[in-house]
Design a protein around this ligand. Sequence first.
Ligand code: CP3
Length: 341
Amino acid sequence: MNDTFLKALRGEETDYTPVWIMRQAGRYLKEYREVREGVDFLTLCKTPELAAKVSIQPVDILGVDAAILFSDILIPVEAMGMRLEFSEKHGPALSEPIRSRALLEKLIVPDPDDDLAFVPDTVRLLKSQLKVPLIGFSGAPFTLATYMIEGGSSKNFLFTKKIMYQNHGIWSGLMDKICDTVTAYLRSQIKAGADVVQLFDSWAGVLSPDDYRKYALPYVKRIIKELKNDGAPVIYFVNGCAGLLKDVKTSGAQATGIDWRVDMGEAVRKLGKNMVIQGNLDPCALLLSKDDLRGKVKDILDKARPAKGHIFNLGHGILPEIPAENARALVELVHELSEKG
Ligand code: CP3
């Protein structure tokens, strides 16, 4: 087993900097599109043989140092009782968004080993085939709450902030149910064999630091604390983290994933020497020439050096428009430029 990624997460010396790519299984890979031609996205997530197959594709094609479970952050939300649809054009849609006490009351905390059994089944299948560590994941509570209250993606998060500011009972009731769901869901992935888990806080960056401390961070801390004895390190990814780093530092996670809008050097200084850092190349930098890309990769590697450890990644998910060979070139560059000795 290639354990470079796990060593870096523990802050141990590694021969080179490990790299994986957020959303590394996806439409930019022709091999993924071939699988997707025959099956809709949710069926793909819920069929362990197919989900495992597409999780492994980027490991074979790109040579990344970790695999990530193929699923979506909204899968457990569906199991909580909301109707979920994905459309090619509009992305995810959840019907009857949670904006009332009555709809909140109807949500359940699912039993992941029963209602979401295809997830631990996929994890077990992957573990029997992988030669790199496996990352399990969940959406972080604030990010999940935005989808549940908006009913899909959003620009201004008006409904979310309205509940947050005007109805504390619904907000805290919803966040409690999400926390219980996420904790059990991640625990089930770890029990099935996930080596590491990542919490995706894709929308936390739309909060002021004060509101982040009040409405989002305490729930992240609660989940990470609950998972303390489950044996898998936690990576906490916060998109739009620049103004929040001082608070993100206190999450309790072993590693923090950062987006590209913040300078790596500044992030390392603010997160301190005891934090492992993951990130943070602009996903669009994969459109640069190889020479220009080399310069960017080198800059990030250099600036991350004072951190406790560094896992190279993009600052957010890879885009469907990126040529797969550019992603492969990135993995090679990271390995080449960081190789010791
Ligand atoms: O990283 C991986 O390779 C694992 C798979 C993964 C997916 N979604 C597959 C996916 C992961 C980790 C996610 C997380 C996810 N899903 C997040 C958090 C990360 C982030 O990007 O901020 C969010 C916000 C979602 C919600 C979501 N899922 C949206 C908004 C969309 C539509 C936009 C889009 O990219 O199409 C999805 C769909 C989705 N999730 C696809 C994939 C491969 C595309 C579905 C398809 O095949 O058509």
